[in-house]
Design a protein around this ligand. Structure first.
Ligand code: ZN
Length: 453
């Protein structure tokens, strides 16, 4: 065993250190092969052990990549054969849930689903939700500022974090485990680590904001015949529901067809001739009155010509079935792996942007392009199959965003994948400040080096 490995072993003990070969053999459930190579993987059990690992790596200038659940999509967790992986998988406890304060204090390695279930058991609600909920971890969610399905109502991970404990590159622990919604006593240090993708510190514990559990859930799928009607319907339904709108998930026709034809399990709840479909969800406190208001809002939309057709779920099972249709995103891979994109742009610019990139794809007669997304957040996902290199398609997708004030990353982060395009959506002064922060907090550049910028 090399001296570094011996010293790591002395910190984390037997079982806390995996060799190069053991890392390479961990394949189950992991999406990215490049995240499974490293000279070693270290699994600390406490903040003190994380701090000791970082102190040692900083002293030796040993680069280190922090891992959560490995469900990221932009190669933020990739490691080189010379790097050490720091996994938070053994720090997965839910330490406390306080129903009065409506907070949870959890360790970074706990899965999102475990937090959702623990909140539910106390009659509370943790609203962050994404398809990878069973595998992704809170530390990863926070480090990448995850978004997902209910951002329109509750915000992104950033908005659900009240406090953070993080370890800096030199091993010093920043304990900023604030529990209050209001705290203006100086800089909001936790936000330094949210969305920093592990480049400024290692998040070890998080105070999460919880909410009262919704008592009602109303879900509908609607069909819409024009983009103008789609945006008017968003404003109509949001204002009609008085703050209870909790999802507005748009699907372009090709995506809807994909997730409602075999081998997809859902049959089409509505005919597939319309250009747009939206899954709308409201959550409230009074099942009967909420359902009446939800139905009335949809009837008014139908009467005003905003929507062409609608199907309303009448039970929890039917709600789940409509969500399953929307969540069946893996269908995009059924003809082979597509190129996927996650972009953000003003809603007013969306129709022209989609037309522009589609016109570019038309150069390839056999191309496929599926579009869906969290329309109320300005976030669209694209899956594209074209006979072209990824870089060529990236340029087609990302360049127009600079002109219209969009972003090359809405909710997936930057990692390695979007690094070449970051300057399209961040100003030179912003890039310079990010680099100053990085140098100040991690002068030896040991934390997830080469990611973001
Ligand atoms: Zn998404």
């Amino acid at each position: 065993m090399e001296p570094l490995e011996q010293r790591l072993l002395a910190i984390v003990g037997p079982g806390g250190l995996l060799s190069r070969e053991e890392v390479a053999s961990r394949s189950a459930g992991v999406m990215r092969a490049d995240s499974l190579r490293a000279r070693a993987l270290v699994r600390p059990r406490s903040t003190e052990e994380v701090a000791a690992v970082l102190r040692l790596c900083n002293e030796l200038e040993q680069p280190l990549v922090t891992h959560g659940g490995l469900t990221g999509l932009v190669h933020g967790g990739d490691a080189t054969p010379e790097e050490v992986i720091l996994s938070l998988e053994r720090m997965n406890a839910i330490e406390t849930i306080e129903p009065l304060q409506r907070i949870a204090l959890v360790q970074a390695g706990v899965t999102l689903q475990a937090v959702q279930e623990a909140a539910e058991a106390q009659d509370l609600f943790f609203p962050l939700d994404l398809g990878a909920r069973g595998s992704c971890t809170i530390g990863g969610n926070v480090a990448t500022n995850a978004g997902g399905n209910r951002v329109i109502r509750y915000g992104m991970a950033r908005d659900l974090v009240l406090g953070i404990e993080a370890v800096l590159a030199d091993g010093s622990v920043v304990s900023s485990l604030n529990r209050m919604i209001k705290n203006n006593a100086g800089y909001d240090l936790k936000q330094l680590f949210v969305g920093a993708e592990g480049t400024l510190g290692v998040i070890t514990r998080v105070v999460l904001r919880l909410f009262e559990k919704p008592r009602s859930q109303d879900v509908a799928l609607v069909a819409i015949d024009s983009f103008a009607a789609l945006t008017r319907f968003l404003k109509h339904i949001d204002s009609s529901l008085g703050g209870s709108l909790s999802a507005f998930e748009a699907m372009w026709r090709e995506f809807y067809q994909l997730v409602t034809t075999p081998p997809a399990r859902s049959a089409p709840p509505l005919p597939d001739r319309h250009p747009y479909y939206v899954l709308v969800e409201a959550q409230g406190a009074d099942p009967q009155r909420d359902a009446e208001r939800f139905n009335a809002a949809l009837e008014a939309a139908l009467a005003q010509g905003l929507i062409a057709d609608a199907v309303i779920a009448h039970s929890a099972r039917e709600c789940a079935a409509l969500w399953a249709l929307r969540d069946d995103v893996l269908q995009i891979g059924r003809e082979g792996p597509p190129l996927t994109f996650d972009v953000s742009l003003p809603i007013a610019a969306m129709e022209a942007y989609v037309a522009e990139v589609r016109a570019a794809f038309a150069a390839w007669p056999d191309h496929r392009c599926w579009i869906w997304g969290h329309l109320g957040d300005g976030n669209l996902h694209f899956a594209v199959r074209v006979p072209a290199a990824r870089e060529e398609v990236e340029r087609l997708m990302y360049r127009p965003l600079a002109r219209i004030g969009g972003s090359v990353s809405a909710e997936h982060g930057v990692g390695l994948e979007k690094k070449p395009y970051l300057e399209l959506c961040r100003a030179p002064g912003e890039m310079a400040l990010m680099q100053r922060l990085k140098r100040a907090l991690d002068p030896r550049c040991i934390l997830n080096p080469g990611k973001i910028f």
